[in-house]
Design a protein around this ligand. Structure first.
Ligand code: GLC
Length: 507
């Protein structure tokens, strides 16, 4: 039988933003536990939690100072146990984020490394270049902007591909391997069902640390021949992680993999490496038939090359929300709803970023509330990712919309989100939330959604082998529907035809 994750619908909860149980304005683990019935009613089979380990929060949890404990902002270990138990009681698996490329500069290893130059070998420290060593060891830039090297008091430099508070680990050091094994087992033994692996294409660095081509730098992208990423030695690390995971046969790993080309991507999904890999083709495609079709074919091909299940996502905590990407306002929303049906019609695992099921737009936040390190590191030229991380609106007519008992939410919530709350959407049979619920229920319950392939009937209509047909209209005029019984549409039909910016499922 196919493993549970190969066709699961995962819900990505960004813990800061999902629900706040203790009134500090920041979401937490008990907030998620309290609302598990919401996720059960949505029909998802698994949860992915962005990092909840101990962290100074320079990058909101992606800077981990203790990988085997929960940050007090989110709760404690008993709170995680409560969440896992309550999720399992509802048939929902729980996966966590694992951050192996770097740790926090507050991690005890790094604190020791700073204090004592003889204890630096678990990180990537180098002398500077130039007569007085005052220039960084190479020209690498940080993904968040600025140089990828920071100089310490005694003159040496350390590498950080992200923020300076996120020093990269030296994955040639055996203790780094031992420690990740401890971390994996720690959570798996507590009943966690797997991990989303952050920057799975990072970790290994070329021994000579050659200069990069500076024209190639782009936030969260990877071009061919970028020496910072996708070095072949990374696969030994994934094989190591897999040997640990194999002791827990039902557990899954899904890697965040930004690499150049399907062949490089597929390497990460070989039978002794990761189970699943995020493929971001659909996130990058505009709402345009040819591009969407190409993204789907490409992702299917990449997964097929490795014999792995494909994965689909329209958004996550790093990219602008789909409603805004597709044009914002009612057009953006209609397109996002259409794309929800497209993604939920596809074979493989589907990831829903919290709030996508409510059709939330990206939020234009004022400069003074921005928190993403990208903002400062880019010299305030890139606004960063806060706009897709605004807390979820649950009920009521004004901020904080039931997210928290405090009106001081960690990012301000737009005053006009009343119609977008869960409460309001549950009252409206045509809401995005109801659409998602119906779609997930059909996807999970109906036999027409089985099979691993798709056959294109035209450039915006595909068929699953067991009978589901999904068609979308990215054009400007209504189009005829294919033959069959209509199961669901993302918006009303017009005289039996499919209007622009709409999708339909038929059997
Ligand atoms: C990944 C995460 C992102 C984080 C970065 C550094 O790309 O998705 O949110 O900032 O890694 O850990």
């Amino acid at each position: 039988m196919a493993p549970w994750w190969s066709r699961a619908v995962f819900y990505q909860a960004y813990p800061r933003s999902f629900a706040d149980s203790n009134g500090d304005g920041v979401g937490d683990l008990d907030g998620i536990t309290d609302r598990l019935d919401y996720l059960a009613d949505l029909g998802v089979q698994a949860l992915w939690l962005n990092p909840v380990m101990v962290s100074p929060m320079a990058d909101h949890g992606y800077d981990v100072s203790d990988p085997r404990d929960i940050d007090p902002l989110f709760g404690d270990l008993p709170a995680l146990d409560r969440l896992v138990d309550a999720a399992h009681a509802r048939g929902i698996k729980v996966t966590m984020d694992l951050v192996p490329n770097h740790v926090s500069s507050a991690h005890p290893w790094f604190v020791k490394a700073l204090a004592d130059p003889s204890r630096r070998d678990r990180f990537i420290f180098r002398d500077g270049v130039g007569a007085d060593g005052s220039a960084p060891p190479n020209n690498w830039v940080s993904i968040f902007g600025g140089p990828a090297w920071t100089q310490v008091d005694d003159g040496q430099w350390y590498l950080h591909l992200f923020d300076s508070a996120q020093p990269d680990l030296n994955w040639e050091h055996p203790e780094v391997f031992d420690d990740i094994e401890k971390t994996l087992r720690f959570w798996l033994e507590r009943g966690v069902d797997g991990f989303r692996i952050d920057v799975a294409h990072g970790m290994a660095k070329p021994p000579t640390l050659p200069d990069m081509d500076l024209s190639e730098n782009e936030l969260l992208r990877n071009k061919a021949n970028d020496p910072r990423f996708d070095n072949d030695a990374v696969h030994d690390i994934h094989r190591f992680i897999r040997t640990v995971l194999d002791d827990y046969p039902d557990a899954v790993t899904v890697g965040e993999i930004w690499v150049h080309g399907n062949e490089r991507f597929a390497r990460y999904l070989r039978p002794d490496e990761l189970h699943l890999g995020f493929n971001f083709q659909l996130v990058q495609a505009d709402f345009e038939a040819e591009g969407i079709r190409a993204a789907i074919d490409n992702s299917l091909e990449a997964a097929a090359l490795a014999g792995a299940a494909p994965t689909w996502t329209l958004s996550n905590h790093d990219v602008p929300r789909e409603v805004s990407r597709y044009g914002d306002g009612s057009v953006g929303l209609r397109r996002a709803r259409a794309m929800a049906l497209v993604k939920l019609a596809l074979p493989g695992a589907v990831f829903i970023y919290n709030g996508a099921e409510l059709g939330l737009p990206n939020v234009e936040l004022p400069d003074e509330v921005l928190q993403d390190p990208v903002w400062e590191r880019s010299g305030r030229t890139e606004r960063g990712r806060d706009g897709c991380r605004v807390p979820l609106p649950w009920k009521g007519s004004e901020p904080p919309f039931g997210f928290s008992s405090s009106s001081e939410t960690w990012l301000p919530m737009p005053a006009d989100w009343g119609p977008l709350t869960v409460e309001a959407q549950l009252r409206d049979p045509d809401s995005t939330l109801v659409l998602y619920r119906r779609a997930i229920k059909l996807r999970t319950g109906r036999s027409e959604f089985s099979g691993d392939t798709v056959q294109w009937l035209d450039d915006s209509t595909f068929r699953r082998p067991s009978g589901l047909v999904c068609t979308f209209n990215a054009g400007v005029a209504p189009k005829a529907l294919p033959d069959g019984e209509v199961l669901l549409t993302s918006g009303p039909l017009a005289d039996g035809r499919l209007p622009p910016d709409t999708a339909a499922w038929l059997v």
